[in-house]
Structures are given as C-alpha cells and as structure tokens.
Write a protein that binds this ligand. Structure first.
Ligand code: G3P
Length: 218
C-alpha cells in the first residue's frame, strides 16, 4: 500500500519526505486554508518536494469551470492529480480531464455505488472518507472492502482506492488489510506508525546488556 500524506504544510512534508516513506500528497480546500498561503504557490512547492502524485482540488461546481480549473492545476506540474468532488459535474469533468491525460482523484466518496461511478468515469484515484463514516457510527472500513470487491470483479475498472479521512494507526493497518492501494495519512498518524512500547523496551534491554560486555563494534 502506498503512503500519501494529507497536508498542505510544506514543513511537515519536508520532514516526512526525509523518511523515504512518502509516495505522494493530498490537499483539499480546508487544508489549503489551514496552510494560510496562496494555493497555486503552495501546490507548486509541494509538487517539487515529492515525485509522486500531489492532489489539488478544484473549487468550481459546474463542469466547464471544473475542467478549466483542473487544467490550470494540472499545468502546475506533471505529478498533479486534479481532485474533483463526487457529483455528476465532477464525474463529467473527470472524464474530460482523464481524456486529456491528467490524473484525477475523485473525492468525498461515501458509498460503493459512488465509487463504481467514479471508476466508470475513468478516475485515477477514488477517495472514500473512512473517518467521517466512523464519526457517524457507520463502518468506514467496510466501504474500502466493498469497493475493493467491486473493482476486483471488473478488469475494466483500473481506479486505485485511496483511503482518506484516516484518523488512527488502526485505520492505516485496516486499510492495507482491506486492499486499499493508497492511504492518505495525517502527518501525526504517519509518524505514530513506528511506535510500539515493546520495541522501545526491547531496545533498552539490548543496549543495557551490550553495555555490560564492554565491547564495541567499531
Ligand atoms: O483528504 C481528505 C481528508 O483530508 C479528509 O479528512 O479528517 O477532514 O475527514 P477529514
């Protein structure tokens, strides 16, 4: 499963890129607002920081305006994936932009039926929002499983499942088990993936025992 980071904060992306674990970045209008910088400027900077796909979301809601915005965003860098909402206009814009050869990430997906429509529209990625379904007491991870089953039933559907709205380490693990192709992970959760108390305790014991030998490797 590929790891994208879900942020528009350049300093967070720079720090995580150093881990070698970053396969891409996703942003959305709320994350751009949080970054507090001009969108086109920050997207251009992010696209230079990572080789993988960088999702930049249109804010128009009508097909032709979505296509115009999408083309402008895609022109920023070759690794831009245009993010489009799961509406009929968004799916029509998806078909036009993928037809132009651009990557498209169809977002705000909350049902398997929506994911099927996005794949039929030629989406590069589909973003089911796991956490927001869980917030309502629904089973967000079941949606990933259902989309995986539907896509695997039809070789014509080549869309990659990009698990989004990730809230916990368990969400990352469960998304990988459910067969998501990508998870877009908040920076804090990505850094938590490495943590386990038994690892820290075990290393402390190894080093304490090694110290008693008086030996050194170099
Ligand atoms: O990429 C989508 C993601 O940013 C949404 O996450 O936490 O706002 O549901 P959240």
């Amino acid at each position: 499963m590929q790891f994208f980071v879900d942020t528009a904060d350049v300093s967070e992306i720079e720090a995580l890129a150093d881990t070698g674990m970053l396969d891409g970045v996703t942003t959305n209008p709320s994350l751009i607002m949080k970054a507090g910088r001009p969108m086109l400027e920050v997207i251009a900077e992010i696209a230079k920081l990572v080789d993988g796909p960088v999702s930049a979301e249109v804010t128009a809601t009508e097909k032709d305006a979505m296509i115009a915005e999408g083309r402008k965003l895609a022109a920023i860098a070759p690794n831009i994936a245009v993010k489009l909402p799961l509406t009929w206009d968004g799916l029509k814009a998806c078909r036009a932009l993928t037809g132009d050869g651009h990557m498209v990430n169809v977002t705000l997906c909350f049902s398997a039926a929506q994911a099927l429509l996005a794949a039929k529209a030629g989406a590069t990625f589909i973003s089911p929002f796991v956490g927001r379904l869980d917030d309502l007491g629904l089973d967000g991870m079941k949606l990933i499983e259902d989309i995986r089953a539907i896509y695997d039933n039809d070789d014509d559907l080549q869309t990659e499942i990009l698990a989004a709205s990730i809230r916990t380490v368990n969400h990352v693990q469960a998304a990988a088990i459910a067969g998501a192709d990508v998870a877009t992970i908040p920076p804090g959760i990505l850094l938590k993936l490495i943590e386990h108390p038994l690892t820290n305790k075990g290393l402390e014991t190894f080093l304490a025992d090694w110290k008693t030998t008086g030996q050194s490797i170099l």
